[in-house]
Each structure stands twice: as structure tokens, then as C-alpha cells.
Design a protein around this ligand. Sequence first.
Ligand code: DGJ
Length: 740
Amino acid sequence: MTPPNTLGVVLRAAGVALAVDLSDRELPAVIHWGADCGPLGAEAFAALALTGVAPVGPNDMDQPIRLSMLPEEWTGWSGRPGVNGSRAGRAWSPRFRSTAVRLDSTPLTAGVHDAGAGVLEVEAIDEESELALLLSVEMSVSGIVRTRARLTNLADEVYQLDELLLSLPVPASASEILDMAGRWGKERVPQRSMVTIGAHRREGRHGRTGADAATLLSVGEPGFGFARGEVWGVHTGWSGNHVHQVERVSTGVQVLGGGELLLPGEVRLGRDESYESPWVYGAYGEGLDAVARRFHRMLRAREQHPTSPRPVTLNVWEAVYFDHDLDVLVDLAEQAADLGVERFVLDDGWFGSRRDDFSGLGDWTVSADVWPEGLHPLVDRVRALGMQFGLWFEPEMINVDSDLARAHPEWIMATGESLPVESRHQQVLNLGIPACYAFIRDAICAVLDEYDIAYIKWDHNRDLVQAGTLPAGRPGVHAQTLAFYRLVEEIGVRYPELEIESCSSGGARVDLGILEHTDRVWVSDNIDPLDRQQMNRWTTQLVPPEMMGSHIASGRSHTTGRWHDLSFRAATALFGHLGIEWDLRTATDDERAELRTWIDFYKQHRALLHGGDLVRLDHPDDTIAVNGVVAADRSAAVYSYASLARSETVSPGRVRLPGLDPDARYRVVPVVPTPLPSRFTPARWWGFELAPSAVYHGAPVWQEGSEPGVEMSGALLGAAGLMAPLLYPETAVVYAVTRV
Ligand code: DGJ
């Protein structure tokens, strides 16, 4: 028999269930988040709730601690509270009571409501603290849960909010942590540790997402991998200061948490003013691939998700840097068009006095010195060649040596009279000041109105340090982040066809906050394929391949100085939104021919690469990396097998190709552009033993009489796999797989 005041909601989608107890007008408490065990009626729900109640131990609180999604101190919870703030030392331990509960806008008062994907909203109030709350919990069709809260001050006296942390409980079996670290040019480096008593708290204090952002903080069964072990992850969708954490308290309870990190006094609410938290995402799956695929599906389901094929892009940054010369750029454009490139992007250096990175930021008018006729001759030529034109901006930044800084020094973010320490010789422009916001918006729009621009690379090249708003110098990161979102959104509404890439010193602004407004991220300034194997692999934990800028650079990496074969550069870049960032004038005819082959391959397979399911292989030998994309209907797949370093064994042996339909038969064909690099020995199943003069042009041309590759069932490919070829370190091979 269910108590009459029971109120429960179960959200379920794609194999995930979130059961939420809202009984007795308390804040929502998650009583199960994990595998979907089928519909929950009132009795099953009551049993689930009852069987989760912890015994009261000696010297504990006299009643079990009820952990809500915004954990409250009054319950006896000794971890971090959900709402942290006060009115100068008062109203610091709120006790909320719900006043309304809605499921997909329908009010609920009692009973257990088993829904599919949907939106749960809870309104609550604490009359004593004079605070009101609106908590939203959404289950997307891909099984991702997201939650956010709006806190309103109902009193005359100012309420200072110090932190709003949203929490999702995870079982104690999730004892291992995986999150990400990183730095400029080496973003999203995975790191593992164990859950211990206390908080593993990752703070992002860069005023942007940060190259070292946790990105997705996951906890799982010990040894969890791409395909194995239950995993729960949290992501804070916010491009400013933020927190990810897992906290385990001595009662044995552990929670994942996320929210914005607020600077001292940054949020002070006057009467009826509200603070809205970022969305905090929770993802559950059996293995990291399942989690990644949920994020991909969720992003692909967005209304604004790009539907046109992701155009092969040429970005001229590593070809010319600041050295803009019309003839050279037209030459590059012509060569690019000839290779099949579809979008040409002019990077930094086209405006104001920007001949290097010491000056000009903020002056968004085309430089008459370098471009006497404006960008028209270049844009016109690019368009005539049938390519889209893209342009670089860095709207939130300013050089002190700029006309804008001379006219409006008060628009620079600072805490007082002295300016913050410079980074890349620049300061931060305060978009939180309405006049400054309008000025920058209008300057960008003037350029977009004048030229036929399909795409903006929106850069942001420094951390926010002492980012205050003058004259008082109060912290301004929160307002700056919101103003940035507003600006991207406003420009998006005004130019609905325009695509925007989020770039920040490479990959320092990769999060689901900015991905609500943009179409791709620049993964890293480092295009070295060896490093990109790691960075692309871990960026796909959150971002689908089609939203990751992934370029083929010159043979010698500008960041690491390492040399790599074109086949390794291409096989790595293929699994993203493909581009070229290489001075094509220096490419040989052979390289051009091979590049064309890879571009053709990308175009033939991009629907699959950009719509399929990601798979990454768990393999004990960390000198190899296997990843692939399998079509949703399992009719085809593309994999890459990369050798990252020399192993202590000659061969890793058979390598599995996961994710195929076990009941179907497939042909697996190595994609071998010409000339076959001398750097490996093919596996026998390839269909030849001596290096042939094979050319891949849509279908590979093989030696007379030989059938390319091998035919096997999906079951065998997944369970037994195929012998690996012998590759030199830092080379890769691509397999094209089709159902027969
Ligand atoms: C940093 C970016 O990540 C690079 O790709 C390039 O756009 C430069 N900024 C330009 O200043």
C-alpha cells in the first residue's frame, strides 16, 4: 500500500531510468539513476524507495538523511550543500518545500507517474529564508538527464549566492574516476583515480571552459572501459568558471555534482532577482562508448544541428599566419578548390592594425593597408570557385594597442586602475557593458552584411584574470559568459545560415553550453596527428565527430616539430569535420594526388562518419588505437587502426572490429592510397603480400586476380577480429567495411 502523500516520477529513455521521489513536499530525491528495469508502478516505486533507506547508525542523525538534487544542510547532509549563500550571514541553510510539481507541463499532486523522455519541474519555497526555487529535470530521448535550478530572492535584503551545485547520486560500485586534464596544444588528456572519502573537485577558474577542463567527470565500476563497466558521468554545460565533482561522505553515499563557480560577491540578488544555473548533464551507460553515443544522439537531435554535409575546409592559418597577400591567398584558394575543398577560411590578421598579435584586436574593420579593395577580391574569387567563405573573429578580446582601447579604456575588464597581466599581449573586452556589447555586435554585423560569409571561427585566446567591471571592479565572469552567449545567439538569429565554430586558443572552449549556439569546436591548435589521436578520441566522449574541427596539416607539425606521413595525418583527421591547414604551395604532386584521394574518401563516407555510432576499442596494448564509426543500420563502417608507439611485442595480434551486426556478413577492405607507404607490412588477409601499386579511387585497385580484403560475419569481426598489419610507429591504416 503506497502512502497517500507519495509523489513519484520516473523518466525513462533509451535504456536509462531516473526515478525521483517528490513525496511530502520535499525537494526531488533521485532513488534510482541507471539501467532501465522496466515500467515502475506505485508498488514497485514504493519498494524501490523503501529499499534505499539507510539504517540510522550510532551517533547519526536520528532520521535517515534524505539526499535531494540540491542537497540541504538541515537534513544532516555533511557534504557540499546544493545552495550555498546567505544574507550577510543569515538565511544560509534553506529548507525548501515544494509548491508545485509538473510533468511535461501537467500539474501532479500525488501518485507515481511513469513517463518516457520528458520534463519535470518543481517549484519550491523556503518562507523563512525568503527564497524560491524552480528546479528543472529533463530526460532526452537519448537517455541523457539534464537539470538546472533558478533561485529567486523574495526579500528586500540582498541575498549573496556563493554556489549552486546540482547533484546526482551514484552507487558505491562506481569507485573509479575518469576525468580529463590538459593544457594548450594537448587538450582532453584522460586521467584516472579512485573515489575516496571527500570530494574529487575539479574547478575551472579560467573564465572560459579551459584547456584543462574535466569535460566529463565519470565514475564507474573498476576498470570500466569503452565497452565495459557501468559508468555515470557529469558535465557542466557552461563556458565560464565551473565545477565538476564527485563527493563521497562517511555514510557511504556518493554524488556527482556540477555547477558554476562563482567569484566572491559575483551573484548578489536584490528583491525578486533570480540566478539561473547552467544545465548540468548526467549520462549513464554500459561503457564509455554508450555514454558518448548518448551525447552524440542528443546533439544531433537539436533543431539547429547542421544538416548539410560538413564541407571540406581549408583554413589558411598555418599556411600564412599574419602574412596576408591577396595573390598568395587566391593561389591557395584555387589549389584548394581543385582538390575538392568546399569552404575557405581566412584566419587572424585581416583587420585594423593586426599585422601580428600585439595590436588591433577590437578594431573589426578590414585593414586598408593589406586589403585596399576590402576582402572583396578574395571573397569573390572564393565564391566563384564554388567554395564558401569563412572569417575569423575574436570578439571578446582587445589589444591595448588598438583604436578601441584608446577610445574606451573603461571597457577593458579589470579590478581597479592597473590592468590584469597580459596573455598573448591582450586583455578581455567587457561584453557585460551594454554599450560595449552593442559596439562589438554592430562591428561584426557590418562585416557580415558586407561580405558573403558562411562561417565564423569565433576565437578567444586568453584566460580571464582579474576580470572585473570598472569602475568598481566587481567580478564580471558570470555576466561576461552570459553576454557572450547572448551575442552568439543574436548573431545566429540575424544570420540563420551562418555557421559558427567555437575556438579558444584551440580547444579551450568545448562544452555543451557553447554547443547550444555553435556548429563545431576547434579541438586543438595542435594538429600533430599523434597528439590528435588522443585529443580527437577523448573529445568524442562529448562531441560528435561532425562537430569537431579536424584538419590535415603539413608533414612537419608546427606545434611539435614531428614529421608524419600524409596517410597518418589523413587517417586521423578523417574522423571529424575534415579540413586542411597546410600551405598547399609546398605540397608535392604525389601529396596532392593522395590528398585528393582522402578528400574523395571523406566525401563518399561523410554521411556515415557524421551520422553513425562511435566505437573505440578496449585493448591492453596502449601503443595501438582503434576507433570507428558504424552506420546506424549497421550496413557499413569505417575504422582506423593506428600504431602510436613501438610495442614490446611484434604484433598486437588479432584486433576486433566492434559494433557490427553479428548476423550480417561484411567485406573489410584496407584503404590504401598511393603510394603505399614503405612503413608497414600488410596482413595476409589484405589480399596481397607484396606492396602493390594500389590506388584507392572510390574502390581500391588491387593486383591482378586478387580480391581486396576479406569477408567475415559481424559476429566474428567483433569477437575474433583481424590480424593487425605491422605498422611503423605513428602510422595508421583505415578499413572500409560494407555489408555484403
Ligand atoms: C588561436 C587559434 O586556435 C588558431 O587556430 C588561430 O586562429 C589563432 N588563434 C589566430 O590568432
